[in-house]
Design a protein around this ligand. Structure first.
Ligand code: 8OZ
Length: 372
């Protein structure tokens, strides 16, 4: 297929940004920041630089505060050292011709007191410990059960929103092109959204409107820093990872999409099918349709897409862009491989989380002399 006719390489205006292709690098936790301090480092610079051919890189989930941390070695965006570390990354990506957003993250109940400041108890909408949820607290700990969480008091919630606002400001100082709010995969915002994890009886729980209150406060705070054109969001309406479920995903996510549309947010990235677990088999078309009906802006589809499925779904209007996770781990030049129809390197899941350059920056790109 010639490049002109390949819809994956038709440029796309995403908010203020013009992307040269529709291939987005999904946010990927790799747990390789420097310690102490969860600081992005030279190795991380090289990893992102290698992947600058993506239409947009969404950098890995990054805690907005010490309280927002849930796993060893994930990077933060709450200290000056972290901002400086991220600035090296955004500079390298820009010099390589790319664009990069930061994913703003608070894990809520998916944490361990040993990862929390002063050994405190992790916070959540409700004091419900999800079944089977695990984390790791050191390189040696292996996977261990998360701690029992406590419910946030009503008057504590604005300070958590403020953590996101400060994270957004720090991301700006670090030179990102925009941010993505992490409202997926069972972390804090998702915990407020979905009915099973949110059993609150104050204005933050109960009705859909109430469950949307905290998520929308975060959206408004981040938009206040970046503007709607530079702010995106990720959701996982039927993801089961971290023991998540909702009594009415179509109702919850349809209403959320409507509010996000009113806020003018630049895009919604939807985890349609997750390798971490899904409540439905295949793509939840009813929920996707409800989101599409209520949110008029760009839609990034995610989850096990092949290049051809991405092309077909974009052609059919089911999504505007597609994000790729694991294929980007093992193929730094994924767009180029898609363009040429070249074979893909396989990923090694043993080196996803933690470690060194192996399984991180040592996946080969196509030889520069190979034929297109
Ligand atoms: C894998 C391991 C730890 C965290 C997510 C941020 O699922 C994550 C994550 C993934 O969104």
């Amino acid at each position: 297929m010639s490049e002109q006719n390949d819809i994956l390489f038709r440029s796309f205006k995403l908010g203020d940004l013009t992307l040269p292709n529709r291939i987005v690098m999904a946010p990927l936790t790799r747990s390789r920041s420097s310690q102490p301090g969860d600081v992005p480092n030279e190795l991380n610079v090289e990893y992102y630089r290698q992947r600058a051919g993506a239409g947009l890189i969404i950098a890995e989930a990054t805690q907005v505060s010490p309280q927002g941390k849930g796993y060893a070695f994930t990077p933060g965006i709450h200290s000056n050292a972290q901002v400086e570390g991220w600035r090296q990354i955004t500079t390298a990506v820009h010099e390589a011709g790319g664009r990069i957003h930061l994913q703003l993250w608070h894990v809520g109940r998916i944490s361990h007191s040993q990862l929390q400041p002063n050994g405190e108890t992790p916070v959540a909408p409700s004091a419900i410990k999800p079944k089977g949820a695990q984390t790791f607290i050191t390189a040696e700990s292996g996977m261990i059960d998360i701690s029992e969480p406590r419910a946030l008091a009503t008057d504590e919630i604005p300070a958590v929103v403020e953590q996101f606002r400060i994270g957004a400001e720090n991301a700006k100082r670090a030179g990102f092109d925009g941010v993505e709010i992490h409202a997926a995969n069972g972390y804090l915002i998702d915990q407020f959204l979905r009915s099973d994890s949110n059993q609150r009886t104050d204005e933050y729980g109960g009705s859909v409107e109430n469950r949307l209150r905290f998520p929308m406060m975060v959206v408004d705070a981040v938009i206040g820093v970046w503007g709607a054109e530079r702010t995106g969001i990720r959701v996982s309406p039927t993801g089961s990872f971290n023991d998540m479920r909702d009594a009415d995903p179509v109702g919850t996510y349809g209403a959320f999409a409507k509010r996000l549309n009113e806020a003018g947010i630049a895009y919604i990235e939807v985890v349609e099918d997750s390798f971490q677990g899904n409540l439905e088999k295949g793509r939840p078309q009813q929920v996707i349709d409800a989101i599409r009906a209520n949110f008029k802006g760009p839609y990034i589809g995610n989850g096990h897409y092949t290049a051809d499925e991405a092309r077909q779904r974009i052609e059919a209007g089911l999504c505007d862009l597609a994000s790729f996770g694991r294929p980007f781990i093992s193929n730094p030049d994924l767009p180029e491989r898609f363009r040429r129809g070249a074979p893909l390197n396989e990923w090694d899941s043993n080196s996803f989380y933690g470690g060194d350059e192996r399984g991180y920056t040592d996946y080969p790109a196509l030889g520069s002399t190979s034929q297109s």
